[in-house]
Design a protein around this ligand. Structure first.
Ligand code: ATP
Ligand code: MG
Length: 349
């Protein structure tokens, strides 16, 4: 039986954190067997808010970090394709075609784009940032993916991809499956500040590659129930970031229930709750850190993984573009120039 396909990925803007893990990575690892997976490192998407050369210069390091994080959590490059967006020429081609099939007001209704512009201190909306979901649709549709495991903040983008796939199929004929969005167990993990989602751009993340001491320090700086100024005051468990993390990462359910119960009654201090959380997080992260260090010690590994992934993705992308052009009736001329044959009788020197 032919496996269905997954496409998802990340922008190379930094290392991956616990939010990425629960929002998307856990599903990627879990579904690797069942689906044919394509994981994109979306460097072109980074240009939508950070086109300056100094940001581009940092990307190489970030790309390496992403690949190491992927391998560390258990993405297997023998089974799954890890590739770099800018290395696939067909991405730019499909993006342009899809741009014709969506209106500006539709894109203006995508809530995340204004936030992204604001977070990047942009005074006006760049054309490319408005087109962020269209480029993402090109990424999703190029491998003709069926499923897109992402965090909640990305759901509105996948919706645009679904609309574009439907529109394309209606106008030109069935080429694309309509991709489904798959949210993680925790669709949005709050940051350590308790104020916003955990994000690379805010200083509120615990990274998968943070060492044990850094994790502990971050946990001890976490916001808890602001009303609870002393340990003997009953506290709120619901919406409290420390307990959200306990629920998500501490497999010792009994310990978590006991802490919650005592917290509600004012019978436990923040120190004990946080000490146990730091321990649980470090137990969760230990094997990830270990694997990451092992992979990082292999100097050519990342380049090899990407070279193989790019090559594999290009094959799929070419195939899709043949189908796209055929469906559209676009260009019947040969697309690649034929290998030059030297006409008989002429001598080239
Ligand atoms: P940036 O701040 O640069 O936008 P980010 O941390 O938001 O970075 P992205 O590369 O935009 O990361 O997101 C990659 C994937 O991880 C997306 O599927 C996104 O939905 C998911 N994700 C990111 N942050 C979280 C979070 N806090 N909780 C759940 N999922 C998340
Ligand atoms: Mg983001």
């Amino acid at each position: 039986m032919i496996k269905k396909r997954i496409l998802t990925g990340d922008r190379p803007t930094g290392r991956l954190h616990l939010g990425h893990y629960v929002g998307s990575l856990a599903n990627r690892v879990r579904l690797q067997e069942e689906y044919e997976c394509f994981f994109i490192i979306a460097d072109l998407h980074t240009l939508t808010t950070r086109p300056e050369k100094r940001h581009i210069a940092q990307m190489q390091e970030h790309v390496r970090d992403l690949v190491l994080d992927y391998l560390a959590v258990g993405i297997d490059p023998e089974r799954s394709v890890i590739f770099l967006q800018s290395a696939i020429p067909e991405t730019y081609q499909l993006n342009l075609i899809l741009e014709m099939l969506v209106s500006v007001p539709r894109l203006e209704r995508v809530p995340t784009l204004k936030e992204m512009a604001r977070d990047a201190n942009l005074r006006t909306m760049p054309f490319g940032l408005l087109g962020y979901p269209v480029l993402q649709a090109a990424d999703i549709l190029l491998p003709r993916a069926h499923l897109v495991p992402v965090g909640k903040d990305n759901q509105a983008h996948v919706e645009v991809a679904r609309e574009l796939a439907r529109r394309f199929n209606r106008l030109y004929g069935e080429v694309f499956p309509i991709p489904e969005c798959l949210l993680g167990d925790v669709p949005i993990l709050v940051g350590t500040d308790g104020a916003a989602k955990m994000s690379k751009s805010r200083d509120n993340a615990i990274y998968l590659s943070d060492d044990a001491e850094t994790v502990r320090r971050q946990v001890f700086q976490m916001v808890t129930d602001p009303q609870r100024v002393r340990a003997d005051i009953p506290g709120r468990v619901e919406g409290n970031p420390v307990f959200i993390y306990h629920d998500t990462f501490n497999p010792d359910r009994e310990e978590v229930e006991d802490l919650k119960e005592r917290y509600r009654r004012g019978r436990v201090g923040d120190v004990e709750v946080k000490e146990k959380l730091a321990r649980a997080l470090n137990t969760f992260l230990d094997p990830i850190r270990q694997r990451r260090a092992d992979y990082a010690a292999r100097p050519r590994l990342v380049a090899e993984v990407l070279a193989a992934g790019n090559e594999r993705m290009r094959i799929e992308a070419r195939e899709t573009m043949v189908q796209v052009r055929e469906a559209m009736g676009l260009m019947s001329l040969p697309l690649q120039s034929e290998p030059t044959t030297v006409p008989a009788g002429l001598v080239y020197c």
